[in-house]
Design a protein. Structure first.
Length: 370
């Protein structure tokens, strides 16, 4: 296949490109605007390949998208370009509306026009894969136990024996933040283009990703870098928010399997089976750093509980059984193995961390002044 990947210089997009170039014979066209979180250094392993091409294009620019489709003639689209940081969406929602909603609409129309020009065999095999988030489902904290029956999904049991529901592909949308609302909107657009125009789409909703090349505004890299600098480790509220952590390279494998083997019109939830409270994650990072970069005082002493962000969802958790059952995908990393690899990567790549922050972000608090 020749794959047009939007947002390929971002955290998840670059992992997908590295995976495809390293493990397949497919060709890649990377379409990225190169905003603050996009970095071509993340693609150093792939960019020398003759099967890789880069186009610096804004997905809101229809004329440029039409040119890219015409020149490169892709067999599929993997749409990862998005504004993705909840705190930034609280401070400035306009960019999220523009990129995540208007950009997705513009890309859908460009893809639909191109798809309609293809000959029958290429038209039938074309795919538009839209990558989204579990945050569109809202908060599981107050959810009732799921009903029994087909499509209800499985549930986890807490240490106290409580039934804990999981997000399934049938979970109704209830986004809480400007970010998740914009992603929910884009999901609805993609499904409407399938239902109305027949564009062959796939939709995926994933849990929290972590791993190498993650921009330092997100929890795990922020904690690692602040700890190394002896700065406070800001934990929102009590740190009792629960997320299902998915190692980014496991996610990349899942996304490729879906675009290659997934059923048109279907939604697939992708999770890591690693539910952790934020404070647990921070403690784990501190303990690994104490082992690898020991210091006299415990890194845990740097933890500072700060005012929670507005509308903060308490718990997300994914039921990924459909992925396992229908496509045979399972995450390879546990949280314990993945977080150690992640901490080690940051320790070995501090120059990359400094370069991506220069002039754009200095690990300041975002989303606090709603």
């Amino acid at each position: 296949m020749k794959l047009l990947i939007t947002g390929g210089a971002g955290f998840i997009g670059s992992a997908v490109i590295r995976h495809i170039i390293a493990n397949t014979d497919d060709e890649i066209v990377n379409v990225d605007k190169l905003t603050y979180a996009g970095n071509l250094e993340s693609l150093a392993e792939a960019s020398d390949s003759p099967r890789y091409a880069f186009e610096q294009v804004d997905i809101c620019n229809r004329a440029q998208l039409d040119r890219v489709f015409s020149e490169h003639q892709p067999d599929a689209v993997m749409h990862l370009a998005a504004e993705s940081h909840v705190d930034r969406s609280i401070d400035g929602p306009a960019a999220f509306i523009e990129t995540n909603i208007v950009g997705t609409y513009t890309l859908l129309e460009a893809a639909r026009q191109y798809w309609n020009t293809l000959e029958a065999d290429r038209k039938s095999s074309f795919r538009f894969h839209h990558i989204s988030t579990d945050e569109v489902y809202g908060d599981l904290a107050e959810s009732p136990s799921p009903p029994a029956g087909e499509g209800a999904g499985r549930s986890d049991v807490s240490e106290r024996g409580e039934i804990l529901p999981l997000f399934t592909e049938q979970t109704p949308y209830a986004p809480s933040s400007p970010y998740s609302a914009s992603k929910a909107s884009s999901d609805h657009l993609v499904r409407a283009w399938y239902r109305t125009y027949g564009l062959p789409v796939l939709v995926t909703n994933c849990s929290n990703n972590y791993g190498p090349y993650h921009f330092p505004e997100k929890l795990i890299p922020l904690m690692i870098l602040n700890a190394l600098d002896g700065k406070p480790l800001p934990v929102y509220g009590k740190g009792d928010q629960i997320r299902d952590w998915l190692y980014v390279e496991d996610h990349a494998r899942a996304l490729y399997k879906i675009v290659a083997e997934g059923k048109v019109g279907e939604t697939y939830n992708i999770g890591g089976h690693n539910e952790k409270q934020n404070i647990e994650v921070v403690h784990t990072i501190c303990d690994i750093l104490q082992e690898l970069r020991p210091q006299e005082n415990s890194y845990r002493d740097l933890i500072a509980h700060v005012k929670d962000r507005p509308g903060h969802d308490l718990r997300y958790a994914i039921d990924a059984s459909k992925m396992q059952r229908e496509l045979g995908w399972f995450p390879e990393e546990t949280f314990e193995t993945g977080i150690r690899k992640t901490v080690e990567w940051y320790l070995n790549n501090l120059n990359w961390c400094q370069r991506v922050q220069d002039g754009s972000y200095q690990r300041e608090r975002l989303g606090a002044n709603a």
